[in-house]
Design a protein around this ligand. Structure first.
Ligand code: CAA
Length: 240
């Protein structure tokens, strides 16, 4: 039986590319999404993959989503926490709502989803978790105190959970993508984005598939000795 992989925010962008890459690698893939039913339906039709809607910022919804998938398909052995938003503003203009929404979805979502799958993984003594962080969680980015804080938080969370899971063959790693061809990046003002791309040594955006490649590597059964790490895939923009 192939392993079941759940990808949050899985119907567009890096999430969708990850779903397709894991499917091609032989996993039984399930995509979570929230909000855009039309996009999700289109993805489900094109990919043939099941999609489930819930808000990763809501712990009860995550618990229920995981229970439904487990009942209908089997236990989740691979979790990719990809769902995330931006709400950019300089701090002196940022509202409390902008701060909270990004922290609740990008960092809170990671807790809510991991909390929902971790007991099952511990019982079965196997799990692969990949949390999608960001280059901006490592380097900082003007206009993103909320996002940089959440994405840096994801890295600390990843290391702590990696220590907790290590004795049970549960690996927990992060990927820190650079600027990638997604709707999130396309929303950046064109003149600002142009400057950002100029600052990337490879002089282009990543493709979502180039990020998904890292996920496939980290969730493999034989990647059990890689845990607590952050894999940067950023075209050389920020070297740790
Ligand atoms: N570095 C340093 N300073 C910057 C900057 C940068 N990248 N971008 C803008 N600034 C400065 C400006 O020069 C300006 O400085 P002064 O006040 O001294 O003139 C100040 O910040 C304000 O900039 P704006 O005029 O652009 O202010 P605004 O209020 O109109 O817009 C903003 C603010 C929405 C944050 C806008 O600057 C912006 O969109 N910046 C880009 C943010 C960004 O990179 N987001 C990434 C989204 S994609 C993503 O996050 C995916 C991922 O993981 C990589």
């Amino acid at each position: 039986m192939s392993r079941i992989a759940l990808i949050t925010g899985g119907v567009t962008g890096i999430g969708a590319a990850t779903c397709l890459a894991l499917k091609a690698a032989g996993y039984q893939v399930i995509a979570n999404y929230f909000g855009n039913d039309a996009e999700a339906k289109e993805f489900a039709n094109a990919s043939g993959l099941p999609v489930y809607a819930w808000d990763v910022a809501d712990l009860d919804a995550c618990t229920k989503g995981v229970a439904d998938i487990t009942a209908q398909h089997g236990p989740i052995e691979v979790l990719v926490n990809n769902a995330g938003i931006t709400s950019d503003a300089m701090l002196h203009k940022m509202t409390g709502e902008q701060w909270r929404s990004v922290i609740d979805i990008d960092l809170g979502g990671c807790f809510n989803m991991c909390r929902s799958v971790i007991e099952g993984m511990r019982e079965r003594r196997f799990g692969r978790i990949v949390n999608i962080s960001s280059v901006n969680g490592l380097s900082g980015q003007a206009g993103q105190t909320n996002y940089a804080a959440a994405k840096a938080g994801v890295i600390g969370f990843t290391k702590a959970l990696a220590l907790e899971g290590a004795s049970r063959d549960i690996t927990v790693n992060a990927i820190a993508p650079g600027y990638t061809q997604t709707a999130m990046v396309a929303a950046v003002r064109p003149d600002i984005l142009e400057k950002i791309v100029e600052g990337v040594p490879v002089k282009r955006l990543a493709t979502p598939e180039e990020i998904a490649r890292g996920v496939v590597f980290l969730v493999a059964d034989d990647a059990g000795f890689i845990t607590g790490q952050t894999l940067s895939i950023n075209g050389g923009k920020y070297m740790t």
